[in-house]
Design a protein around this ligand. Structure first.
Ligand code: NAD
Ligand code: MN
Length: 357
């Protein structure tokens, strides 16, 4: 039997609530399947630690995570700590330190959940957004001169490397090829951004030659927001830069009913280091401690984690359980229900234990 070493980092806000839910579902799966076991280590990193010690995680934090099979992450961010400190103090060092260059964001309208788009229902929207996760607009390069003065100047430099774009493009074409429609949309902004974005377009054309069976097209990011809303059926696999895909995937989450159902995997496709799985949403201060956080995004990302670990049967079972519970109407308030986090979690665990899942 395989035992997987999982690093759980619940962090801030509703992070601990949804990670606790996710771990209950994973335990139910491990017990039912008997094919694997989890060895979970909890890390109390996050904003509380920052307020006490001045750092969200220890200096050798990444080193401590190196030998885990996967990282299960909640959310980071606190009302009284600036967001750039929490983001750069915990999530980004892990993503960048472990070169998790592919950020993979599946989006579907789950049964029982209503999209804000009229006439779009379950089955009409089935996307995977691939976000470049190691460079681009979030390279962290830039600076401020004459801070606070009238002549202040700030730069925020986007770095695109041929190696970085090639590898994310290959990953996206491969993923598109593995899906039934074999359809890829490459998103750029190469009309206004003449260097990095034009290189993206060129590299997409180059890589497409390696995948003759994949149908692909390009679209500018602003036009893409319109297409996602007006013609969602025309999209399947989508690849975009760090910033563009960050924005598009929040829109995708909203179109699928709620940010509370949107998952993401930060993946090192070469498997040199652990990959990290997390819900897309943040720490949601407005509902923290109320027991109503939607755990579905975290279940879904747990399924992504199981897939990554090679436990595909368990991953499929978990998603079937989630779909059954959603279809039956056991939903949290963000998707129109009145169930609590724990009620949804109990229903999913019951479904996992059920015979027909
Ligand atoms: P948010 O995702 O925390 O919340 C946006 C809205 O969605 C809120 O109304 C919230 O209640 C709702 N929501 C989010 N997740 C939900 C869930 N599981 N169930 C039900 N409703 C849910 O985004 P925000 O308000 O912009 O940011 C709050 C904090 O989180 C900030 O500090 C921000 O920096 C941080 N953040 C962290 C991450 C991350 O850790 N990856 C991502 C986004 C935002
Ligand atoms: Mn985001």
């Amino acid at each position: 039997m395989n035992t997987y070493k999982i690093a759980a980092i619940p962090a801030d806000g509703i992070g601990p609530e949804v990670i606790a839910a996710g771990l209950q579902a994973l335990e139910a799966l491990a017990r039912r399947d008997g094919g694997f076991a989890l060895d979970v280590t909890h890390f109390d990193w996050g904003s509380e630690r920052y307020k006490q010690t001045g750092a969200l995680m220890p200096e050798d934090g990444a080193q401590q995570l190196r030998d885990f099979d996967a990282i299960f992450f909640g959310a980071v961010g606190a009302p009284d700590v600036p967001d750039h400190i929490t983001l750069w103090g915990l999530r980004l060092p892990i993503c960048q330190g472990f070169d998790q260059y592919a950020n993979v964001r599946p989006t579907k309208i789950l049964p029982g959940i209503t999209s804000p788009l009229a006439n779009v229902k379950t089955g009409d929207l089935d996307w995977v957004i691939v976000r470049e996760n190691s460079e681009g607009e979030y390279s962290g390069i830039g600076g401020r001169a004459h801070k606070g003065m009238p002549e202040e100047v700030a730069t925020e430099v986007s770095i695109f490397t041929r190696v970085g774009v090639l590898r994310i493009m290959r990953y996206a074409f491969q993923l598109a090829q593995s899906r039934p429609r074999k359809l890829l949309t490459v998103v750029t902004k190469s009309n206004a951004q003449r260097y990095g974005m034009v290189m993206w377009d060129e590299i997409a054309a180059e890589v497409s030659k390696e995948f003759p069976d994949v149908t692909w097209d390009k679209v500018l990011v602003d036009a893409m927001t319109v297409r996602m809303v007006k013609d969602p059926q025309s999209l399947d696999t989508i690849v975009a830069t760090n910033l563009h895909a960050d924005i598009l995937s929040d829109l995708a989450g909203a179109l699928a009913g709620s940010l509370g159902v949107a998952p993401t995997g930060n993946i090192d496709p070469e498997r040199r280091f652990p990959s990290m799985f997390e819900p897309i949403h943040g720490s949601a201060f407005d509902i923290t401690g109320k027991g109503i956080a939607n755990p579905v995004a975290t279940f879904w990302t747990a399924a992504q984690m199981l897939d990554h670990l090679g436990e595909t049967a368990a991953a499929t079972r978990l998603m079937r359980a989630v779909e059954k519970v959603c279809a039956e109407g056991t939903l949290t308030p963000d998707v129109g229900g009145s169930a609590t986090t724990q009620q949804v979690t109990d229903a999913v665990c019951d479904a996992i234990r059920g015979e027909n899942i």
